[in-house]
Design a protein around this ligand. Structure first.
Ligand code: HSE
Length: 434
């Protein structure tokens, strides 16, 4: 039986994503009604700037008082697409206090306060859905929370930031330096005027925290995620990666320790072999590679940002939450029962590519090799060449190691820097995905 009384939706925020949500809700109203089993009605739109022209939205729905909209008593679901911590957090809390389920696209808030928000939703018997918070249109949160709920995820490795993938892809395909590629990303509208959140890895770290919590059924806070940006990646690093049959990506890597007793979460640039599926993710696309015990290896790929792709994920959540409302049920809440600790970056074990500028004279290679050995780091390959700029008596030395703990590698690098014969450590890059 189709219910005729509509489910009422409050849209909080009407920017690039919000306006697409409103447009699709209007143009696809009949399909949404059929899929939900009741009509769904846009009952109010809270904005900061009411004078802005918003095509396709009834001006009577616009308000600047989001709190009053949530408190008026007839709202079933709130869609929060404001972003940032406040006022989004206060509004979501108000929504729960007034019996309203929430769909959010807010990665920063969920990474920082996910546990408290989940607890509030559960306390009031409501839903909190956030597919759009991680990797835009790509179905990822729901597959990990629901489809893989019977499996055991051991590793997640993903490209979860489109801006940085665009920049790195440009550097790879054209030989451009970081600044040149960033300028192109800015001109094309991929990078924001202040690109810090993307290029320094903050955006990816927030998504990593959310995914790690879901993957390992534990709580991973934003502060638990080790983060390095990609502003230091150079054309020389790409040339070196190419010689090794690799490319460079900004990766979010989440791992369960071999003994199963802890997890790690990190974001940093890394070399990956061209044969790895993530190496072929070009331009501003996102992709997440999941390794689960029974399922094996899965890859989720698609547009990770933009109004329309993000609205697709929001609307998928809206349909699910509305169905739950009709069934007087809720979907899966937070699952953090394993309470696994998050180990520090020093415990991560991986391979490294280290590029050194050294004096070109007898005994230097032996001295460098001894330093690695003293710190328990085994060398896989060494390549030495005279400096391309023809500087006399200096050489460039590229060392690739076997797997070693990050703390051992840091100790090695610290000792290398103290050697008179080492003029500088040009770059350190982790090698992943082998
Ligand atoms: N700025 C992000 C990106 C999109 O470039 O992927 C929003 O998370």
């Amino acid at each position: 039986m189709m219910r005729t009384r509509p489910l009422k939706v409050a849209l909080l925020g009407c920017g690039v994503v919000g306006s697409e949500v409103a447009r699709i809700m209007t143009t696809h109203a009949d399909d949404l009604t059929a899929r939900i089993g009741a009509p769904v009605e846009l009952a109010g739109v809270a904005v900061r700037r009411p004078s802005k022209v918003r095509e396709g939205i009834d001006p009577a729905l616009i308000t600047t008082d989001a709190t009053a909209l949530l408190k008026r008593g007839d709202i079933d679901v709130a869609i929060e697409v404001i972003g940032g911590i406040e006022p989004a957090r206060a509004l979501i809390t108000t929504a729960f206090e007034h019996g309203i389920s929430v769909v959010s696209a807010n990665k920063a808030l969920l990474a920082q306060d996910g546990a408290a928000l989940h607890a509030a939703a559960e306390q009031h018997g409501l839903d909190l859905y956030y597919e759009a918070a991680v990797a835009g249109a790509i179905p990822l949160v729901r597959p990990m929370r629901e489809s893989l709920a019977g499996d055991k995820i051991n590793r997640v490795m993903g490209i979860v930031n489109g801006t940085t993938n665009f920049i790195l892809d440009k550097m790879d395909s054209t030989g451009a330096g970081y600044q040149e590629a960033l300028d192109e990303a800015t001109a094309l509208g991929y990078a924001e005027a202040d690109p810090t959140a993307d290029v320094e890895g903050y955006d990816a770290a927030a998504k990593a925290a959310i995914l790690a919590g879901i993957a390992f059924h534990t709580r991973v806070r934003l502060d638990d995620v080790y983060r390095e940006g990609m502003t230091e990646v150079s054309a020389a690093d790409f040339a070196s990666a190419k010689r090794m049959g690799c490319t460079i990506k900004l990766l979010a890597i989440l791992e369960r320790a071999a003994d199963g007793e802890s997890v790690t979460a990190r974001v940093h640039p890394a070399m990956i072999p061209l044969s790895h599926p993530l190496a072929s993710v070009r331009e501003a696309y996102n992709a997440v590679f999941v390794e689960a015990e029974a399922a094996g290896r899965l890859m989720f790929y698609g547009p990770g940002a933009g109004g329309s792709p993000t609205a697709s994920a929001v609307l998928g959540d809206l349909v699910a939450v509305c169905r739950n409302k009709l069934a007087e049920a809720t979907g899966p809440g937070e699952s953090a029962y394993t309470q696994l600790p998050v180990s520090p970056m020093g415990d991560v074990v991986t391979r490294y590519h280290i590029s050194l500028d050294v004096a070109d004279k007898p005994g230097v290679l032996a001295q460098v090799a001894t330093t690695f050995a003293e710190h328990g780091v085994s060398i896989d390959t060494v390549r030495q060449q005279g400096r391309p700029d023809g500087v006399g008596n200096e050489a460039s030395l590229v060392v690739v190691t076997h797997r070693a703990p990050d703390a051992s590698l840091s100790g090695t690098v610290e000792a290398l820097r103290k050697l008179d014969t080492v003029r500088g450590v040009a770059s350190i890059m982790r090698v992943e995905g082998e």
